[in-house]
Each structure stands twice: as C-alpha cells, then as structure tokens.
Design a protein around this ligand. Structure first.
Ligand SMILES: *[C@@H]1O[C@H](CO)[C@@H](O)[C@H](O)[C@H]1NC(C)=O
Ligand SMILES: *[C@@H]1O[C@H](CO)[C@@H](O)[C@H](O)[C@H]1NC(C)=O
Length: 466
C-alpha cells in the first residue's frame, strides 16, 4: 500500500470558500474542487501499525447492582487505592462529606462529580472513569442504581466487556436487593451480550466476615446467574469492603476473613481476557455525545469504536442522515492521535458537516460500507415482562426510537437457541423469544447490536439484533 506524507496540511478556513458556479464548461472542475479533501489522509495501514505497538490490554466494564449496594463507594475506593485520585482531592471530599454528616459518601464522590448528586447521595449519570493496573487500562462505565435511570445504564452496558455486580452482604439487604435491581441488572447485561461477571460481595465488614453468609450469597447468585445464561467459569465472587478497602487492591487484614484465599477484586479484574474487537470490519461507532469546543472549533463527537479503524483525513458517514464528514483530528483517551481502532474511546473532530445532521445516538460509519437504515428488524430477546404484540421504545446505547413488537416468531431454548414454540400469543417473563420489531422512523441498526425494549418507563426485554 502506498504511504505518503501529507505536505502542509491546509487549515480549514472559518469562512466557506465560495464554490465556482456550476456550468457545462466548468462542471467537471467544480466537482473536483469540491471533492478535494481539506485534510489529507496519510493512508496509514492502521491495523499493521496497531499490531506493531506493544500495548496494555484495554477493558471497559459496567458496575451494576441494587441502589444501596455501595457501588460508588467501592469504585471510588478502587480509584483511590490505584492512585487514580490524589490524596489531596480525597481529603477534600472527606472533609466536605463530614461537614454534611455523610462521612461514608467521600469515596462515592470520586465518581459523582455534580453537587446535586452528592446532596442526594445517588449517582444519576454515567461518569466515565479510567484507571490502570500493570496489565490493563480500564474504563469504568458507572451505572446508576435508581430505577428511573435504566436508560443510562443501558448506554453504559452496551459498551461493556464485562460487568461488576455489587451486592450488599449485610443481613436483609442482600434479600431486598434481589427483589430490587440485582436480578434485573444481571439479566439485562447478560441479554445484551455481556459474558463475564465479577460479583463483589460488598460490606463484608458489616456482615462480620461471615464465611457462611458469603457461601449463602455465592450459592444463590451462582444458581441465578447460570440460569440467566452466564457460563460458570465466567462468574467469580470476591468478598470485600469498599469502605474499609478490604480485598479491593490489598488483601483484607481482618482476622475474621482468613478463610478467603481467592483473588482480590483488582486481581480478578486483571483476568479479563483481551477483548477481540473486530478491527478488519467496517468502521462503526454509536455517538455518545456531540459537542463544539467553541464557535471557531470543529464539531466533535465522542464514543467507543465498535469495529474497524479510523484516521485523520478519512471520510465517514453519519446515519440516519447519510451525510458525509471528514475527520480533522482525533483523540484516544484524551490524547491527540493520528488513528484509532475498535475498542478505543475516542473524540473525533469533524469538518465538512453541519451540526443539524448529527445527534446523540446516531451511528458514525465507514462512508464506503455504511450501516443501513432499517424500519424493521428481527431480534432474539429475553422477556422481563409479559410480551405480546405491543408498542415499545427501542434503545441501543444512546439511540432511542419508538416502535412496536409486530410479531412473536417463536420461543427459544435459553441455552441451545432451539425453537420451542412457534407463534406464541403471549410470552412469560424469563422467556427467550425471537421477535419482529417495526420502527416509527428508519434508524441505523444491524446484527449483532445490543438492544433494550422499554414500555411505560420499564425495561420489558433486552437482546441482540439478528
Ligand atoms: C465466557 O465463556 C465463553 C464460553 O465458554 C467463552 O467463549 C468466553 O471466552 C468467556 N468469556 C470471558 C470474557 O471470559
Ligand atoms: C478536538 O476538538 C476539541 C473541541 O473543539 C478540542 O478541544 C481538541 O483540542 C481537538 N483535538 C485535536 C486533537 O485537535
């Protein structure tokens, strides 16, 4: 492949250059002027460049569990122990938390940046946070526990390589969590294709490091999780305390915990296999956010590349609008780079496109192999509620679109996927079913996208587009 250096990359002009009037005489010329890219591509062979670099494994995970399970505190502790937060910031949070009489919230604030969330003590949006071990660089896609916030959780979970399920081990709380969001969240992440789950059995200090209590929770949850379709070897359990920092980075020194010989949470996180993202597939990214740094600045979009590669100067297409744009510059994990590959979290600065053609939830894709807009698709889903042909909203990451289940095609065996019953009239919660979904507007969707179906503010099903 020809690789050439771009000489003097022209700066995009703030004012639009007047285009020559099209006439028969200069039609061809005007076409070639319009097609001249403003930013030259270096035509880098991104995949071979990527393979040359010895890099850390990268993994994204989502944190799920009942609202009071201590998710934020646990993750705050993890970030603090791994030095992703400095001592001074932590001391400041501690003082503020004590001032309002909620000392135990200090670690949670590492993730909850807004004062409103702090006052209420709940996480309300996805905060993306990064930390590194010697082996892996992780991104936490934090998941809120409050019922209303399921769509945010879905946006996080749809980008996750694995999930950390946080469970409150203290008496009574595990049981109420089970009736609450613990099971719903676990089912949800599994049904959208998350294969590995680490169960952090939290607040073991409150449960007096009772081995019997841990075993009771482990057995109940193992049964539930394998029933939900997780492979036993992809489930692990770590007894820990977020508040005390036991078995997070350092092993618990509490003598009552001496029965536990397994991995700490960090050791378990490090076992995540390198994600095998599709580098050689066409470029795909769901747009998480659209923003402009300033009036003179380019339009920027952020998200995680789901497949393919992208480089400066490349032409991309935004769907459903079908408008093309060019990559003016890009950032991977906040660092300027020349290219990016599937699995990386990026900011792409675009030129040659108007903001009206891009919105959150849109797909950014290869201009030569774009994703198609569809008004109907088939999906294999797990029902959380009774399903019949009915109106629903389809969520894929930040994409939301109203539509309806137009057909229940067949119920399927959870493990083998074999057809059990054709054309059921209604299906029970917990059933895996193939459905046809029709949409009110054409949107970019293709197999095997993770989708969630909601109705009246409740998640009724989740699964994969076929
Ligand atoms: C989970 O189990 C499946 C099936 O055995 C395996 O293919 C996959 O690699 C495992 N995933 C992880 C992340 O360990
Ligand atoms: C991308 O655009 C943002 C917002 O305008 C800007 O802050 C950033 O520096 C740009 N990145 C690069 C690599 O040019």
């Amino acid at each position: 492949m020809a690789v050439y250096q771009a000489t003097a990359t022209p700066k995009p002009k703030a004012k639009e250059t007047p285009k020559p009037k099209a006439s028969l005489a200069n039609g061809v010329q005007s076409l070639s002027i319009q097609e001249t890219p403003k930013v030259k591509s270096k035509n880098i062979d991104v995949i071979s460049e990527f393979k040359k670099i010895k890099r850390k494994n990268a993994a994204n995970f989502v944190v799920i569990g009942h609202v009071d399970a201590g998710k934020s505190t646990l993750m705050g502790r993890l970030l603090f122990d791994l030095k992703a937060v400095d001592q001074r910031t932590m001391d400041k949070y501690r003082k503020e938390a004590e001032n309002i009489g909620k000392g135990s919230f200090a670690f949670a604030w590492v993730l909850d940046q807004g004062t409103e969330e702090r006052a209420r003590g709940v996480t309300i949006d996805i905060a993306t946070n990064k930390f590194e071990t010697d082996k892996t660089s992780f991104t936490i896609l934090d998941a809120p526990g409050h019922r209303d916030f399921v769509p945010n959780m879905i946006a996080g979970a749809s980008q996750a390589d694995f999930a950390v399920l946080v469970i409150d081990a203290s008496t009574g709380n595990f049981e109420s969590g089970l009736r609450g969001q613990t099971k719903e969240h676990a089912l949800l992440v599994r049904s959208i294709g998350v294969q590995r789950i680490i169960v952090a059995v939290n607040k073991m200090d409150v449960a007096e490091w009772s081995h019997a209590r841990f075993e009771e929770i482990r057995q109940q949850m193992s049964g539930f999780l394998t029933g939900a379709g997780f492979q036993p070897k992809n489930i692990s359990f770590v007894p820990c305390s977020g508040l005390g920092g036991d078995n997070i980075l350092r092993r618990s020194s509490d003598p009552r915990s001496s029965w536990y010989k397994g991995a700490t949470l960090v050791e378990d996180l490090d076992l995540s296999e390198p994600s095998t993202h599709a580098l050689d597939k066409p470029l795909r990214m769901t747009i998480n956010d659209v923003f402009r740094g300033g009036v003179q600045n380019p339009l920027s979009v952020s998200g995680r590349l789901e497949s393919g590669t992208v480089q400066i100067g490349e032409q991309v297409m935004i769907m459903p609008s079908g408008e093309k744009a060019q990559i003016r510059s890009l950032e991977v994990d906040d660092e300027p780079q020349e290219w990016a590959v599937a699995g990386q979290n990026v900011v792409l600065n675009l030129t040659d496109i108007d903001a009206i053609h891009i919105k959150t939830g849109d797909a950014l894709c290869s201009a030569t192999a774009p994703i198609r807009n569809v008004r109907e698709f088939k999906a294999k889903i797990l029902a959380f509620d009774h399903l019949t042909p009915m109106n629903i909203d389809v969520h894929k990451g930040r994409l939301h679109v109203p539509g309806r289940i137009s057909q229940l095609v067949a119920t399927l065996d959870k493990a083998s996927g074999a057809v059990l019953k054709k054309k059921p009239k209604i299906v029970q919660p917990g059933t895996v079913v193939r459905v046809v979904v029709q949409l009110d507007e054409a949107v970019p969707l293709e197999a095997p996208s993770r989708v969630v179906l909601r109705s009246n503010g409740e998640t009724v099903a989740a699964g994969l587009v076929e």
